[in-house]
Design a protein around this ligand. Structure first.
Ligand SMILES: N[C@@H](CCC(=O)N[C@@H](CS)C(=O)NCC(=O)O)C(=O)O
Length: 301
């Protein structure tokens, strides 16, 4: 059997095409489903990152659809210029599939559904689809913002020696409690948020899963449905495959390395992440970050 038939991940060495460093590219092969390989005209390239909730969302959909793709860690300092050529905002994920270059995780997921069909991440039924998109927006907007803004002091890249501004963690904890209530209600008696597994679950999972490390996870006593849903998601084969990528990423990018392969001083601040900070009154703190040269705001043009 060839590696393609076996399925799995192999390290993919530097190619002229990508101009990126060794170890930043990995090829993910489909799990024994040759039909998919035939349907796939070009090798999909994903400007990826092991840890970003947005790339994890796209990766899970790729794994779920059993598509082969080549993953480039777009946020590694050695590949940032290649990422900038694909997306002027220098944000992952970006997906390149033949002539198609798709930026923004929600657009990528919609493209993959449209181009490669079932299993569909966006429900086919119109009202279900509206609902699923609303959950995805919630995940990509305010949920991502809360987690980003309160977690900075725990990042293995930045080693911040200062403390969060007073009240920031409390604001995060308060809003997360509201979110847990909304999720508990949204799940009701169902196994997933919109009937079957959908983009609603896939977009929210990386955020909910990372809460444990931050000591902010929902409690089974008050949020039994959310806790059971997290475990249900964890057990899905395509989610497990993604969790493996995250685990391997931690080992490869941080353990036993002198310096992290990522930016370790400045933080990229954008839209929702700033909005959540400002609406909670932390604009002066952020102005201090900008003044100290620790904040970057992306340019879209
Ligand atoms: N709206 C974008 C957001 C993507 C995004 O914020 N990506 C972050 C990683 S979580 C990024 O690439 N930031 C640039 C950086 O950290 O240098 C999407 O849904 O794809």
């Amino acid at each position: 059997m060839t590696p393609d038939e076996l399925g799995g991940e192999i390290e993919y060495l530097r190619t002229r095409r990508h101009h990126v460093g060794f170890g930043e590219v990995r090829r993910h092969l489909p799990r024994a489903l040759p039909r998919r390989v035939e349907r796939q005209v070009a090798v999909i390239i994903l400007y990826d990152n092991p840890f970003s909730p947005f790339t994890r969302k796209v990766r899970m959909v790729l794994f779920w659809k059993n598509l082969a793709f080549e993953s480039i860690d777009g946020l590694a300092l050695s590949t940032l210029d290649a990422l900038g050529a694909a997306n002027p905002r220098r944000e992952v994920p970006v997906l390149v599939d033949g002539d198609a270059r798709v930026v923004n995780s929600a657009d990528i997921v919609a493209y993959l559904d449209h181009r490669y069909g079932s299993p569909l991440a966006l429900p086919a039924e119109p009202l279900r689809r509206i609902e699923a998109r609303a959950w995805e927006r919630l995940a990509d907007g305010v949920v991502d913002a809360i987690l980003h803004d309160v977690s900075i002091w725990t990042w293995p890249t930045h080693h911040r020696m200062d403390a969060p501004p007073p009240g920031l963690l409390e604001a995060g904890r308060r809003d997360l409690q509201t979110l847990f209530g909304t999720l508990e209600h949204g799940l009701g008696e169902g196994d997933f948020l919109c009937g079957d597994v959908s983009i609603a679950d896939i977009a929210l999972f990386p955020h909910l899963q990372s809460l444990k490390v931050l000591g902010l996870a929902p409690e089974p006593s008050t949020c039994p449905r959310v806790c059971a849903w997290v475990e249900r998601m964890r057990a899905l084969p395509f989610v497990r495959r993604d969790l493996d990528v995250v685990r391997r990423g931690v080992a490869e990018k941080f353990r036993g390395r002198e310096a992290s392969p990522y930016e370790s001083e400045r933080i990229v601040w954008r839209g929702d992440r700033l909005e959540w900070l400002f609406v909670n009154g932390f604009h002066d703190w952020w102005a201090g970050e900008l003044g100290a040269g620790r904040a970057i705001v992306p340019r879209s043009l």
